[in-house]
Design a protein around this ligand. Sequence first.
Ligand code: GRF
Length: 209
Amino acid sequence: MMNLGILISGRGSNMEAILKAVKKQKIPVKPAIVISNNPNAVGLEIAQKLGVSTETVESRGFSGTRWEYDQRIIKILYKYGVTEKDGLVCLAGFMRIISPEFIRKYKNRILNIHPAILPSFPGLHSQRQAVEYGVKYSGCTVHFVDEGVDTGPIILQSIVPVRDNDTEETLSKRILAKEHRIYPQAIKLVAEGKVKIVGRRTVITNQDR
Ligand code: GRF
């Protein structure tokens, strides 16, 4: 069974959805640790209430390099068994770019959720970008993390309509509901060994969704 580490920065609603789904949907991972770069992240309390260990590695005021910061995170991941051999790391609203060294060390073992249909609207404020651009559909994407920003192989996507009167807030809410469904589904597929990476694509076997 894979040891699951979740990295957050704030609200932690995806983390909550993942942790609840792990219990209910029998996802074969052990929720090992939730790490935040922000000591005030609301998600930390939620994780504790759900019986999962938490740690904080404060990034504000950290003067070292990105890799030095990430090494602190990795040290904690190791402490809880989330290694490159036995671990899976899920970024869930973690508001930092992680270093190439971290990504290479945990090759194909780091997942992220992005609130747009990639490759549209990468980076920040994707929902606002979607409203301003005028697309009729947007959604969310779970993907493996590679060394680019929001560019790794896509595992699952889910779409929502964009309504004429949508604001960034209303669209974000509609997308978030889908995020909470597909992130646990994607973790389940990865944990069950059903996701094969072929070049920049993934191929999913025995899919029952
Ligand atoms: C989500 O919209 C996610 O797609 C993005 O950051 C937000 C995190 O929200 N990467 P939460 O902390 O999971 O509630």
